[in-house]
Design a protein around this ligand. Structure first.
Ligand SMILES: *Cc1c(COP(=O)(O)O)cnc(C)c1O
Length: 408
């Protein structure tokens, strides 16, 4: 059966106006990869960065052509050495981990909390060793990770802290906005996220030096840094991660819509939580105190002893026209690249450097919670894809309840 819920479109006339303004100007990008005033780009990207500083209360914002690029800038800014280790939850999108490998550092995968699906801070502490230089926390599905505990942990062990808040623009925990804590954080603006400009990303930091290093990596660092005597050369291998003026103009408008979009998601999620909470065998994780979850994904769990398989439930929902369901999420440590430890050439670099092998392992069993949830128990609903007005919320709930009682 075809989909019965309306898909969501965040783009409207306001974006059209913004795009035609840029097109008429003839300047579709004003970046130059040399130490001139245009090193920081044109009017639209600069305005976008200023708007984000103001809106999210950060000192510096760097626009980039994707959040994958943003993560590469962030990791590059940290002064990592080849073979250094960065702890990252295994429940994330693959780019969180590859951004670490881009600087020849080694991702160490951490288990997740079964209620929040975010990094388990105690597990992270257990993974800290002499080579650990940073933790990357991921604000998964719209809920910020526990920044307070993570900041305390990183302070205790003298580690850098990065937040991958790609899925959580505008989310909050204990009065702080996702992506604004730790050393560096930021958002994705790809088509599949809450708001988008096609492809794009925004990096945030309060640290002037990290800001400068990220701007350099964004825009051909090695060609620019000659004019900055005394600047560190470590990881100043530049890219072209520059965002275009058209995308920046769209993103400016999208940020004005963000608050409305997420409040709609939050009210839809509250109704769905209430209406599904009595289903036997289904667990809806309780809402955490002092958090604003923005529901990129609505996460549910099957009870461990439920007899019906997740696959059968999803097949039945699909046949009734409800799609956007996720049978598990990710176990990045299980991907072939990590199993084979092959990234650059065939010599296992950076897991083997100068004949010396790292002790980091990716065997099944290292992240038992993430594995169980991925393999059997997690059932997600990609809320972000859908409009979810009143009628569609009702359709979703009615079909879900009917199917649940029929198949379980
Ligand atoms: C989407 C996403 C990314 C990558 O963002 P892009 O803008 O697509 O490069 C990274 N991390 C997480 C958790 C994501 O959801």
């Amino acid at each position: 059966m075809s989909e019965i819920l309306k898909t969501f479109n965040t783009i409207g006339d306001e974006e059209l106006t913004a795009v035609s303004r840029v097109l008429k100007s003839g300047i579709l990008s004003q970046f130059v990869g040399s130490d001139t005033k245009d090193f920081m780009g044109g009017a639209e990207v600069r305005q976008l960065e200023d708007i984000c500083c103001e809106k999210f209360g950060v000192k510096h914002a760097v626009s980039v052509n994707s959040w994958t690029s943003g993560l590469i800038c962030a990791l590059g800014a940290l002064d990592l050495e080849p073979g250094d280790e960065v702890i990252v939850p295994t429940w994330t999108m693959s780019a969180s981990a590859t951004s670490i490998l881009h600087w020849n550092a080694i991702p160490v995968f951490c288990d997740i909390d079964p209620i929040t699906f975010n990094i388990d801070v105690q597990c992270a502490e257990n993974l800290i060793g002499p080579k650990t230089k940073a933790i990357m926390a991921v604000d998964i599905f719209g809920l910020p990770a526990d920044w307070m505990k993570l900041e305390a942990l990183c302070k205790r062990y003298n580690l850098k802290l990065i937040f991958d808040s790609a899925q959580s623009p505008g989310a909050m925990r204990q009065g702080e906005i996702a992506g604004t804590r730790g050393d560096i954080g930021g958002y994705s603006l790809n088509y599949h996220k809450h708001i988008h400009c096609g492809e794009g990303g925004l990096i945030f930091t309060d640290d002037a030096q990290l800001h400068e290093r990220m701007c350099l990596i964004r825009n051909h660092a090695e060609a620019v840094i000659a004019k900055r005597p005394g600047a560190s050369l470590n990881n100043m291998l530049g890219y072209n991660f520059r965002l275009g003026e058209i995308e920046a103009a769209i993103a400016k408008v999208q940020f004005t819509k963000l608050d409305d979009i997420i409040s709609q998601r939050i009210s839809a999620a509250e109704i769905i939580s209430n209406e599904l909470s009595d289903l036997p065998g289904l667990i809806i994780p309780p809402k955490e105190k002092e958090t604003k979850h923005v529901y990129y994904v609505f996460g549910m769990l099957l009870e461990n002893d439920l007899q019906t398989s997740r696959k059968d439930i999803i097949t039945e929902l699909n046949s009734e026209g409800i799609f956007g369901l996720m049978d598990g999420y990710a176990n990045i440590h299980q991907l072939p690249m990590y199993q084979a430890k092959i990234a650059y050439g065939n010599g296992n670099f950076p897991w083997v450097i100068d004949g010396k092998a790292s002790e980091v392992t990716y065997t099944k069993g290292i992240c038992p919670v993430a594995e169980l949830l991925h393999d059997r128990l997690f059932l997600g609903f990609e809320m972000c894809k859908y409009q979810l007005d009143e009628q569609d919320i009702e359709k979703f709930i009615n079909v879900f309840r009917e199917v649940w009682y029929r198949v379980t």
